[in-house]
Design a protein around this ligand. Sequence first.
Ligand SMILES: [Mg+2]
Ligand SMILES: [Zn+2]
Length: 166
Amino acid sequence: MNKAVFLDRDGVLIIDTEYPGDPKTIRFIPGIGPAVKSLNQKGFKVIVISNQSGIARGFFPEENVNKINEKINKKLGEEGARIDAFYYCPHHPDENCQCRKPKTGMLEQAGKDFGIDFKKSWMIGDAIKDVECGEKAGCKTILLSKEKHEKYKTAENLLEAAKIVE
Ligand SMILES: [Mg+2]
Ligand SMILES: [Zn+2]
């Protein structure tokens, strides 16, 4: 069985500008290269788990999500880091799909695809629905937040969170 760190994308790897959908204007959050590299070196699969309802809302075409993901992987590759897979939910909340976080459909799929032991795995995100999703699947969680949270372990950014992950 493998262990994984599941990452939300927007607000974790790239600045969340509310539905970032243009590959030309995305901005990377500082420190993501060393952060992801350290997770790679600790033996984790690094897997992005992202809600992208901007597709269903008509804000951007689905191919833009893939272009942005490729751009993230290219930047990380230049820093010796690697994301093993990207999963995203393209649906509108009203569609009540099984993949949109905080539901665990994407984690379950990744778990099957990569043979993941959730108990040894982590979910890191900047929204409560990210850590709820990870918790439901049986993962350890870190909420990215400048403020402490009464229930969830927090870190200021992915680089700080990566130091906690073991
Ligand atoms: Mg986010
Ligand atoms: Zn979905």
